[in-house]
Design a protein around this ligand. Structure first.
Ligand code: ADP
Ligand code: MG
Length: 369
């Protein structure tokens, strides 16, 4: 799939623009703070319903306004037109998503239909940050191709919140409501079991691409791999219920559920089981972040049988030339790519076909070069 045209209204510093993209490589240059990343952010909002910068929609609306709108038209895809409209009034965000003119009320009817993979400097936090960033990231990746996973996860979150509330009630009102807790434990275990099995199955597959792309980029330096680290020792229903029961008193005391998919981690190791986060150099961390995203591209392509649009935000300055070229080799021109950089000459793209260059001027003016 590829973006033919992107249109923004009151999105960050853009009042109203429309950009026609090439199905090949699109290179957006321009000075700092001109609005290059904002363009990629808009594409990510349309793809994922939220910004890759992890900010609320209220920050995205152009200052002084209370609505934003972004839309795009795809080529080579079952669905053509994607639209997101968002308004912020009386401290409340309202967001609407449409595909081909039809409003999609459920996230699962929208999510995963327009696929993108973003490479950004913040990717370092996925490989080296706290576990919740990794959980969020992998949940998002799996959900793109597995709606059942997404729906289970949403159910699980609701059940977890209800269970925690009940734990608090039991603790505070000193009521004995163990019969109620049993009901929630059963529901919790059923969803947790599905989530765990899917995550473990996913990571086995994902690891192959992750290790292979790591080896390709760093030319067989010791490349890391990922292991799922579950807080439960079992991933079947009854095993989970038993473990919840054993921990029940502690959960009540803390009024929170201490075990489960919401506490698990994806740990990255080197071959000798050194923990990546603690022992990798800055360069190795960058390589691993890039390998992760290449693995995501391969995973999405394999599972969805569609090539995602690749968004690359200003990361070339952080990779040495060898790794930069390797990365471009791997991505090459099979996918549509949109790259931003301050410097127009930061990468060699002359050899590729279908190259379109843009220049963004401060004030949100996008020129085709
Ligand atoms: N909500 C907003 N409304 C208007 N302008 C914004 C908003 N958020 C950010 N900006 C402006 O967007 C610009 C930064 O855009 P960005 O795409 O991050 O720049 P870069 O070209 O360096 O990637 C800054 O000039 C900033 O003031
Ligand atoms: Mg930027």
């Amino acid at each position: 799939m590829y973006i033919k045209e992107l249109a923004l209204r009151n999105f960050r510093n853009y009042e109203s623009i429309s950009v026609d993209f090439s199905p090949g490589i699109n290179f957006i240059a321009g000075p700092n703070a001109a609005g290059k990343t904002n363009i990629l952010e808009a594409v990510s909002v349309i793809s994922n319903l939220r910004s890759f910068r992890n900010v609320p929609d209220s920050e995205i609306i152009k200052w002084g306004d209370n609505t934003y709108f972004c839309s795009l038209v795809l080529g080579d895809s079952a669905c053509e037109k994607f639209e997101i409209g968002c308004s912020f009034q009386f401290d409340k965000i309202q967001k609407k998503a449409k595909i081909d003119g039809l409003i999609k009320k459920r996230i699962s009817d929208y999510y995963g239909k327009f696929l993108t993979v973003i490479f950004s400097p913040e990717d370092l936090s996925i490989t080296s940050g706290p576990p919740d960033i990794r959980r969020k990231y992998f949940d998002a990746v799996i959900s793109k191709v597995d709606i059942e996973y997404l729906e289970n996860l949403n159910d699980f979150k609701r059940i977890l919140a209800a269970r925690n509330k009940l734990l608090r009630d039991i603790r505070e009102k000193k009521k004995n409501r163990s019969a109620d807790l049993e009901i929630w434990d059963n529901m919790f275990a059923q969803r947790a079991s599905i989530i765990l099995k899917k995550r473990i199955e996913f990571i086995l597959m994902f690891n192959e691409s992750f290790k292979a792309s790591g080896a390709r980029i760093s030319e067989n330096e010791d490349s890391p791999y990922i292991e799922y680290d579950s807080t439960f020792s079992s991933n079947n229903n009854n095993g989970i219920i038993d473990e919840l029961l054993k921990r029940r008193d502690k959960d009540i005391f803390l009024a929170s559920t201490g075990l489960g998919p919401h506490r698990d981690d994806y740990v990255i190791f080197y071959k000798d089981r050194k923990v990546f986060k603690n022992s990798a150099s800055q360069g190795q961390k960058r390589t691993a972040a890039v390998s992760l995203k290449i693995a995501e591209c391969e995973f999405l392509e394999r599972e969805a049988k569609q090539r995602p649009v690749i968004l690359i935000d200003d990361i070339f300055g952080e990779l040495d030339e060898k790794r930069r070229n390797k990365m471009m080799d791997i991505i090459n021109d099979r996918n549509q790519v949109i790259i931003t950089a301050v410097n127009q000459d930061s990468i060699q793209i002359e050899d590729y076909s279908c190259v379109q260059r843009f220049y963004v001027l401060p004030g949100g003016i996008v020129e085709r070069l």
